[in-house]
Design a protein around this ligand. Structure first.
Ligand code: DX5
Length: 218
């Protein structure tokens, strides 16, 4: 079954707990917390304290997507705050193998994300060690951006790489996922879809947003 991951970046932070509960009640499979430091990406969002707050409102697995420089300095804080999956960017991790080992040593699942222009080859040596490969389908930093359609062939090639190197690894996509693009990325090989504005910005509300994604991917 294709996983739907609600990204709280587009949620109403004034009532975040309730918004997280709505996503769980509507059938989301995971919750993603987007962590931005204003350096790796041109935006500043949240830290471990918000993961802790989200943890109190859901039993779903929580992904901490670290769009920060030097992520290795903070993985323990996010693990202790309640993140089940910690995703670091390949572009921010010169010692990626060590960082992945660090995340596993904390008893958490490890994910590696790559930006749209970053070649798949940068994942080749680490693919066998990770639980999730995240192919960004927008340039990270903001919700509500347009899906980059040239990423579809990259997703197909990543699916083939995963088949070859680590068939248990999730292929996750993030950015511009909607009822229109969700069938395209699942056909290309993605099994985990992060959605922010199409869930929290859906005219009919969170449940309608998730139902529309489910209906689109069948
Ligand atoms: C963007 C974040 C995404 C974002 C997706 O840098 O990593 O998780 O919230 O939002 P939408 O689904 O609106 O593109």
């Amino acid at each position: 079954m294709t996983l739907i991951i609600a990204s709280i970046l587009s949620a109403d932070f004034a009532r975040l707990g309730q918004q997280v509960e709505e996503a769980q009640a509507a059938g989301a499979d995971r919750i993603q917390v987007d962590v931005m430091d204003g350096r790796f990406v041109p935006n500043i969002t949240v830290g471990p304290m918000v993961v802790e707050a989200v943890r109190r409102h859901t039993t779903l697995p929580i992904e901490a997507h670290l769009m920060i420089v030097e992520p290795e300095r903070y993985v323990a804080d996010f693990a202790h705050a309640g993140a089940d999956i910690i995703i670091v960017h390949q572009e921010a991790s010169p010692h990626l193998h060590r960082t992945v080992q660090q995340i596993h040593a904390l008893g958490r699942r490890a994910g590696v994300a790559i930006n749209p222009a970053t070649p798949l080859a940068s994942l080749q040596e680490i693919l066998g060690d990770i639980d999730l490969a995240l192919c960004m389908t927008v340039n990270p930093g903001f919700g509500g951006q347009a899906f980059i359609h040239s990423m579809v062939s990259k997703i197909e090639r990543l699916r083939a790489m995963i088949q070859q190197h680590n068939a248990t690894c999730d292929l996750e996509v993030d950015g511009g996922v909607s009822a229109e693009t969700a069938p395209i990325v699942t056909r290309a090989g993605a099994n985990a879809l992060v959605a922010g504005s199409s869930v929290y910005g859906a005219p009919g509300g969170v449940a309608a947003g998730i139902a529309a994604l489910r209906a689109a991917i069948g």
